[in-house]
Design a protein around this ligand. Structure first.
Ligand SMILES: [Zn+2]
Length: 67
């Protein structure tokens, strides 16, 4: 039923928030994808970058990426 779509979206948003409250942010290694949890927030660690990720995984920045 189409009219439930908005309600479902709200439910997913709330669920997402609850899950985030439990797991919090994680630090993932670009090299080996190791997941590090429960570390204190570190301002030196920047948000995930696809450019950095691709450079590690494919050896080059993604096509069209600005460097
Ligand atoms: Zn690693």
């Amino acid at each position: 039923m189409p009219w439930t779509y908005g309600l479902s979206l709200l439910a997913v948003t709330i669920l997402d928030y609850i899950v985030w409250r439990i797991v919090k942010d994680v630090i993932v290694c670009y090299e080996c994808q190791a997941v590090h949890r429960a570390y204190p927030p570190n301002p030196a660690i920047e948000p995930f970058s696809l450019v950095i990720h691709d450079r590690h995984v494919f050896g080059a920045a993604p096509p069209g990426a600005e460097e």
